[in-house]
Design a protein around this ligand. Sequence first.
Ligand SMILES: Cc1cc2nc3c(=O)[nH]c(=O)nc-3n(C[C@H](O)[C@H](O)[C@H](O)COP(=O)(O)OP(=O)(O)OC[C@H]3O[C@@H](n4cnc5c(N)ncnc54)[C@H](O)[C@@H]3O)c2cc1C
Length: 557
Amino acid sequence: MIDTRYDQMFPTLDAWEIERVRRFGTTHGFAPGEPLAKIGDVGGRLSVILSGEVDVTRSDSSGQRAPIVTHGPGAFLGELAQLAGRPALVDAIARGPVEALIIPPDRLRALLIAEAELGERIMRALILRRVGLIETGAGGPVIVGRADNGDVLRLQGFLRSNGHPHLRLDPEADAEAKVLIERFQVDPGQLPIVLCPSGQLLRNPSEAELARCIGLVGAIDPNRVYDVAIVGAGPAGLAAAVYAGSEGLRALVVDRRAFGGQAGASARIENYLGFPTGITGMALMARAYTQAQKFGVEMAIPDEVIGLEPPGAVRGGAFVLALANGERASARAVVIASGVRYRRPAVENLGAFEGTSVHYWASPLEAKLCAGQEVALVGAGNSAGQATVYLAGQVKKVWLLVRGPNLSAKMSRYLVERITGLANVEVLTQASITGLEGSGGTLEAVRWRDQSGEETRRQLRHLFVFVGADPNTGWLAGSGVGLDPKGFVLTGSETGTASRPLETSVRGVFAIGDVRSGSIKRVAAGVGEGAQVVATLHGFLAEIASEPGHGQSALPV
Ligand SMILES: Cc1cc2nc3c(=O)[nH]c(=O)nc-3n(C[C@H](O)[C@H](O)[C@H](O)COP(=O)(O)OP(=O)(O)OC[C@H]3O[C@@H](n4cnc5c(N)ncnc54)[C@H](O)[C@@H]3O)c2cc1C
């Protein structure tokens, strides 16, 4: 990456450009050897070098410093972490005396918006630098564990979905892993362990523990009242965030896992407007996530919302979101964009193989595990179709198990045609799984029955499942938000009470995307509703601002 895109990754601002960015920062001097950034330090800033030189280094798998680049006058120091004040992923040390223009995150966001052309160059550099760090794993946590361990896959999947660099070391093959295991006296049964950049060691942590350790998520200010809190950072929630932020609303996005939602799991989205050659869901969603942060939207990811309390006098007429970690967030309006979660087929011992052999995603991580093997995939919708096409390029053979009489009932035509043309995909209709065999979390064989009526048993280590989804609305229990018989959120005229489109039966609470009753389950539909809801929000916020007990004056922001 550094070799091929050096100029875009490390542009040098000319004297005139430096003059234009001066109003966004303040000048500071640094003594030789003084750090401008330290791995793990929070609240980092973008530093434009005015004079002197700065060495930027990363730590390698053995904890040694490895050089990335040396910045001279006109260069700037920073990557995506600086956009949201997240912990630095690299060290930067002044070689000799250095003078630098220091731009804090809020002023950096103002610069990116005010200086469109220059802002684009800076933003591109920040994104490319993060991509480079992800490629090398620099600055992130080190996971020690086997590649096929279910917890290693879980932690790697979590970091990958959040666009965070990390390294994995094999406990048997990597010398550095052996050193870490000895130093921290770790029993092989306690693996995986995770070493955070701060030096803290975690033993098989939860995603939330890992996120806190690497500074991915910070505490929510309990005194802040947001204009809008958006629950869910899938395409619908991120679209609402981008429009809300760009139109000056103070917005908070909360997601329990990662940005991108289901779309983030899509191997290739080919029907989203403007991408004629298709785009991976992760790439599309990472852009939206960065874009929302550019407009000052705050992200609380991963944080899970477990309850919605109606506006009360205590919070100055604001709704309160209760989070699983005990924190609370207040907002004048709430947008429900919590999407859907995958359904699990009724197979007796399915749970015993989840995470290791049964997968609900087909990302490069899973593809690598199955390379050269035969796999089974259950499902007949577009997500099953995309996964089949993707996996067919990576594995020896895909056995596609479809419950109905053909593929075309639920799948888009382009996918049906593509699957039909794949020599290593065998479609079995009227098929269902009858049993899973294996031990220790590892699948050894899958049994199914198809239209022939006979039971087939094949030795397979991996099963992919894409059999539809249920709405994520459990957290709305007791909130008064009306749901349809399947649990999807009713909006607009369907509620019988709401006066605005996309508004639920609770005034000031809106629903968009897949979680909404009657929604079209597509990325573009969710994005459209995300834009539409912000226009509606403006009307609602203007209305309550004039009502006693509501609005701007209630709590200081
Ligand atoms: C594999 C796959 C491929 C697909 N391919 C395409 C395609 O090619 N084209 C297309 O148009 N559509 C595609 N889709 C469908 C598309 O991805 C969805 O329609 C879209 O993602 C819905 O967006 P959403 O924002 O409404 O919800 P989601 O994407 O479901 O996002 C909801 C978010 O809410 C979060 N959340 C849920 N509950 C809580 C809670 N209590 N607290 C905090 N956060 C919470 C979740 O973690 C999640 O991130 C695909 C779907 C899948 C699974």
